[in-house]
Design a protein around this ligand. Structure first.
Ligand SMILES: [Zn+2]
Length: 275
């Protein structure tokens, strides 16, 4: 075989090989992520509350969903034993920056509503109620604008029974119930299985029977590591000695899942409370 013919065959073989690689790799590189086109809305009360579900926020963002995180209050009362921050405007600025840092790491779009921490409860009915009503209206506007496929918020326990947590969860539920949303939309409440809580008081205050927590969302080590990094952004709220490894251990001690209770509407009408 002549030299130039050998060369031509070699070029032809290389060309065929390249074509094969393109054909094989093409569908992979063009493949959609599993949740591309889906919209998730998470609504919590304070900067750092999102850490309860942060591994799955990271997961859904990584898997292509558009994830929006609404943080309702400014967290101005977030003083603690770890730092000597004073409650007030300066802490608001600090926590706003911390929240931006955490949201960026999780890959979520942050909507910080900056309502007064504790929703002006200390000012009594006239201070609190207009503030709480305004919150419901703003949450309604957000749901109308974003049109999520799924919403996650605090359940009736509020995790720690914090009044802001429970009021935010109740307000999101009211928005959800207030109309027959045209787009199919699911509402989920964060919950803790009662068997994952050791103390009797905790079981009563925030535990939930497994039969109600039927949505059990798993996540990867990568998602958990990202959640740990984002939690460290909330420096003003955490023990400086708490490492990312501590967060990971604490979070995954009972398995790498976030438990949610899906809101279920009645399937049919009834004329009695006794079935
Ligand atoms: Zn909170």
């Amino acid at each position: 075989m002549q030299k130039h013919q050998l060369y031509r065959n070699q070029v032809l073989r290389q060309g065929l090989f390249t074509l094969l690689v393109i054909l094989l790799a093409g569908p992979i590189s063009c493949a959609q992520k599993p949740y591309e086109g889906k919209v998730l809305l998470a609504v919590f009360a304070h900067p750092d509350d999102e850490s309860t579900v942060s591994p799955i926020l990271a997961k859904y963002a990584r898997e292509g969903a558009k994830v929006h995180l609404v943080v309702v209050t400014d967290g101005r009362y977030g003083t603690n034993d770890f730092h000597d921050h004073k409650a007030g405007d300066e802490l608001v600025v600090t926590r706003r920056e911390e929240m931006k840092c955490a949201a960026a790491l999780l890959g979520v779009e942050l909507i910080h509503l900056n309502f007064h921490d504790q929703l002006r409860a200390g000012e009594g009915y006239d201070g609190h109620v207009p503030h709480a009503r305004e919150m419901v209206k703003q949450l309604n506007d957000i749901v109308e604008r974003i049109k999520p496929n799924a919403i996650i918020t605090w359940g009736p326990d509020g995790g720690s029974t914090h009044m802001d947590h429970r009021l935010v969860g109740a307000s999101v539920t009211q928005v959800y119930l207030s109309k027959d949303w045209q787009k199919p939309m699911s509402l989920y409440f964060y919950g803790t299985p009662v068997e994952n809580i050791d103390d009797a008081e905790g079981k009563t205050l925030r535990g939930q029977a497994s039969k109600f927590l039927r949505t059990k969302v798993s996540y990867t080590d990568e998602d958990l590591e990202m959640a740990a990094k984002s939690y460290r952004c909330h420096y003003s709220q955490i023990d400086p000695m708490l490492t990312e490894a501590d967060f990971i251990e604490r979070k995954s001690r009972k398995g790498k899942f976030v438990y949610l209770r899906k809101f279920e509407a009645p399937k049919s009408d009834s004329d009695s409370v006794f079935e």
